[in-house]
Design a protein around this ligand. Structure first.
Ligand SMILES: O=P(O)(O)O[C@H]1O[C@H](CO)[C@@H](O)[C@H]1O
Ligand SMILES: Nc1nc2[nH]cnc2c(=O)[nH]1
Length: 194
């Protein structure tokens, strides 16, 4: 619903952000993962934001999702990351999400890893699908707030306080990153529609 309101207000681009657990062992807490693709696990269970009668004013009944994340924006976000000296903490990967609110079991994390997911959260995919359905240009990134633990002998429990703390720790960097991306989008739009 908020995404469709944005569309009706004339918004053309959606930059979605989330806090996520890092499944890719190369990711460190505080890293940023540009989303290049997602696995809509909730969709597999029949939970999709496009369920119900299709409103053709927004988009088609069966929209493609293979190019959900704009490749140009990913490329430019990487360039911007380099300019800001963030290239060591900015990666690219596949996001997946579960309904939450509990964090995952060890077996679930192992499965998600095997499926090819690099980060796991509880949001974003619904917004992205709705945005792509109404033809918004979409990019998304995850802030890796915790490493997903796939060992049974670990006592390291994920918790929401840690998620909030890492968000606060990185807020200035994320603000600068998003501002720079939005500035790039605005410059590009102005050059197309002066
Ligand atoms: O996806 P966002 O809202 O960024 O936050 C993620 O982190 C929270 C759990 O700590 C959940 O809300 C999960 O979805
Ligand atoms: N599902 C999920 N959401 C998160 N949000 C922040 N960390 C996590 C995580 O480990 N799992």
């Amino acid at each position: 619903m908020p995404v469709r309101v944005m569309k009706l207000l004339g918004v053309t681009h959606l930059v979605a952000t989330n806090a996520a657990g890092g499944l890719n062992p190369k990711f460190e807490v505080g890293d940023i993962m540009l989303v290049k693709d997602h696995i809509n696990l909730m969709g597999f269970a029949g939970n999709n934001p496009l369920q119900g009668p299709n409103d053709e004013r927004f988009g088609p009944r069966f929209p493609p999702m293979n190019e959900a994340y704009d490749k140009t924006l990913i490329r430019e976000a990487k360039r911007i990351a380099k300019e800001l000296g963030l290239e060591n903490i900015v990666h690219e990967g596949c996001y997946t999400y579960l309904g939450g609110p509990n964090f995952e079991t060890v077996a679930e994390l192992k499965m998600l890893s095997m499926l090819g997911a690099d980060s796991v959260g509880m949001s974003t995919v619904h917004e992205v699908i709705t945005g792509r359905h109404c033809d918004l240009t979409v990019m998304a990134f995850s802030l890796i707030t915790n490493k997903c633990i796939t060992a049974y002998d670990s006592n390291d429990n994920p918790n929401h306080e840690e998620v909030m703390d890492v968000g606060k720790m990185r807020q200035d960097v994320l603000k600068l990153f998003v501002q720079s991306i939005v500035k790039y989008i605005k410059q590009t739009e102005d050059s197309i529609n002066p």
